[in-house]
Design a protein around this ligand. Structure first.
Ligand code: AFD
Ligand code: MN
Length: 384
């Protein structure tokens, strides 16, 4: 038994939307070979799992990933060695939602938002998905625009309607975000608000922690610890940020923070299969190639977890008990400073995987093949 055996069974879920074109309000760059439909998105996602062995699930986004025959899409994924994961609802791209969706002052619009989630649950029954991810883009741009409290009451009512429709195996993953698209007050701006609504709903409601959704300098590992204590950390949306909600490759901005987050996960044993925590990515590769961007992200999470598994927990607990500040910090830093890349490459090779997934993907010729094959049609994008 070695520390890295803790990686056994650890899996990461990749988002279908990471393979489409994305950008900012200034420009969405198109790239050759970008998927034109959910089938091609899943084919791209399957390349990440093929070279890493870590990413067997693909999150869907509705309506972007809607197909006529869900069992056919499910079979397509499974033929490629992956399966359909969480279903993401979309409350941010319909003109009716200009003033909000589940929090909207008009009951007719709130009803439309509830119905959208009931539709997502129907899809989940066909895809075999168990997680319904709700990111609420609702909020206010100006003080006085609407009642902060009234919106919470409306939200609670709508969430209750959705929760009541869950099957026993379903979960709601309720995501928070500090700002954007609303700029004065989001209706679920922080982990506390998401947790309060989850606690009010019941045990099948849990919090999604998107690592890009906090104020600069937030101690995210503290939130991880707190949600784990409550048994309400349902999932991560891993990405990284320098300033806003940048959706960059996770670990790119602050690998030490990613290590500290995964250290709390390891301390609670939440990295193990069956922990109830879904380790998902939520990224938009605006300027970099998308499949390699996802491979890099998956490898960054694996590397941070490997380092967290190296922490000498017994020595750390003893140093903490003794109040030996420098020894305790040193034990944590020893793990973080360990170069685990060779050990991870050995582990991949022992499992029949390429030692260097990035090089293996580049050498596969897949990028050139899709650039040649995918001519015509309409490329998928952030919003298409
Ligand atoms: C955007 C939101 C949020 C959500 C994702 C998928 O900021 O992170 O999880 O879209 O809907 O990135
Ligand atoms: Mn997210």
């Amino acid at each position: 038994m070695t520390a890295l055996d803790g990686l056994d069974g650890f899996t990461i879920e990749v988002p279908s939307w990471a393979y489409g074109n994305s950008g900012t309000r200034f420009k969405v760059f198109s790239r050759p070979g970008v998927p034109r439909d959910p089938y091609e998105k899943i084919s791209d996602a399957a390349q990440v799992h093929r070279v890493t062995g870590l990413a067997p699930r693909v999150s869907l986004h509705i309506p972007w990933d809607t197909v006529d025959d869900w069992s056919d899409l499910r079979a397509h994924a499974e033929k490629l060695g992956v399966r359909l994961g969480a279903v993401n609802s979309n409350l941010f791209q319909d003109d009716d939602y200009r003033l909000g969706s589940l929090c909207h002052p008009d009951r007719r619009i709130r009803e439309k938002a509830v119905e959208h989630h009931l539709h997502c649950l129907e899809i989940m029954r066909e895809t075999g998905s168990t997680d319904l991810k709700i990111w609420l883009p609702d909020g206010l741009n100006y003080p006085g625009q609407d009642s902060l409290r009234g919106r919470q009451e409306r939200l609670a009512e709508g969430l209750q309607r959705i929760y009541a429709a869950l099957d026993p195996e379903h979960r709601i993953l309720l995501e928070y975000k500090l700002f954007e698209p609303a700029f004065y007050s989001m209706d679920i701006p922080d982990w506390g608000t998401s947790l309060l609504h989850c606690l009010a709903l019941g045990p099948q409601a849990t919090v999604v922690l998107d690592t890009g959704h906090h104020a600069p300098g937030t101690n995210i590992e503290f939130i991880v610890m707190q949600l784990l204590r409550q048994g309400r950390l349902g999932a991560f949306d891993f990405n990284s940020r320098f300033y806003a909600d940048d959706d960059l490759i996770v670990g790119a901005a602050d690998p030490f923070q990613l290590f500290r987050i995964l250290s709390e996960i390891v301390t609670a044993g939440a990295h193990r299969p069956g922990s109830g925590v879904n380790f998902m990515l939520d990224q938009c590769h605006n300027i970099e190639d998308k499949i390699p961007g996802q491979i890099r992200s998956v490898l960054n999470v694996e590397q941070a977890l490997a380092k967290a598994l190296l922490i000498d927990q017994e020595a750390l607990a003893a140093a903490q008990r003794d109040g030996d500040v420098l020894a305790a910090n040193g034990i944590l830093m020893d793990a973080y400073e360990t170069d685990v890349r060779g050990a991870l490459a050995d582990r991949r090779e022992a499992r029949g995987l390429p030692r260097d997934p990035m090089t293996a993907y580049a050498a596969s010729g897949y990028a050139a093949s899709i650039a040649t094959a995918r001519v015509g049609g309409e490329q998928a994008g952030w919003g298409a």
